[in-house]
Design a protein around this ligand. Structure first.
Ligand SMILES: [Cu+2]
Length: 259
């Protein structure tokens, strides 16, 4: 995985010099199953020290999570022994700024026996504390917890501009990770009800009781899970963080459902 520092748009008209894993924020989603061994080479092609911390594996952090200087690399190996959508992030201080400036992503380790679905999406919620145009995340705004935007997959309102498609009656699974760095997420689909929710290692609802449903998937910073639902009729179903000020800051999109 290569760390670079590159300009990216994070909202209409807002460009920031992000710190990135493999050129995107969120970084690439890694996926595997219980027992898989992951071996990641981290290469620092940036101008500052950076590092990586994978929540998906348990190990002594001292060496693999160490900060490396520009031009250096390290190898990080872990074995996935527990299912979930696990955060990874740069852990170089100030960590809040490294995460807010783009250094986060997801590792999905599928729960054994998870049934296939018709459509699967993955959303990572994060916060934008815009620095000057073309600059990096504003540390004073981060420390004051005053975000300019809350975003799914790195760009404010992107799925309002390009809705996620689904069909009436299809089973849709949406994985959600709250990368923070600071704010919780209350993931909700307007007009939808979740018949299945899974978070942090267990089903909250396993879909077996047709009279049981959920309206949100609550996630503290760094928590993740998934929801499943199907749509009763064609239409445009918005999804939001139901922390409403965050939805209004850009944590909102649309699922476009057709017959
Ligand atoms: Cu970093």
């Amino acid at each position: 995985m290569k760390v670079t520092e590159e300009e990216r748009d994070v909202a209409p008209g807002v460009t920031q010099k992000l710190w990135l894993f493999n050129g995107t924020a969120p970084g690439p989603t890694l996926r595997g199953k219980i027992g898989d061994k992951f071996k990641i080479t981290l290469v620092n092609d940036g101008s500052l020290g950076h590092s990586i911390d994978f929540h998906a594996g348990a190990l002594a952090p001292d060496q693999p999570m160490r900060t490396i200087n520009p031009g250096e690399s390290l190898t990080y190996s872990f074995t996935a022994t527990r299912a979930g959508i696990w955060m990874y992030h740069c852990s170089t201080m100030p960590m809040s700024q490294h995460i807010a400036n783009g250094m986060f992503g997801a590792v999905v380790i599928d729960p054994p026996g998870l049934a296939p679905v018709d459509k699967e999406y993955l959303l990572v919620q994060s916060e934008i504390y815009a620095g000057p145009q073309g600059g990096v995340a504003d540390l004073a705004k981060i420390q004051a917890e005053k975000p300019d935007a809350i975003v799914f997959n790195g760009y404010a309102n992107q799925y309002k501009f390009a809705p996620l498609p689904a069909k009436v009656g299809e089973r849709v699974r949406i994985w959600v990770l709250d990368a923070g760095p600071n704010r919780a997420s209350s993931f909700h689909v307007i007009g939808g009800q979740f018949d299945t929710t899974w978070s942090e290692g267990r089903f909250l609802l396993d879909g077996s009781d047709p009279t049981a449903g959920a309206q949100v998937l609550p996630l503290a910073p760094a928590q993740g899970g998934f929801v499943e639902l199907s749509f009763p009729e064609a239409g445009n179903y918005p999804f939001v963080s139901h922390s409403m000020v965050d939805a209004e800051r850009g944590a909102a999109g649309v699922i476009h459902v057709v017959k």
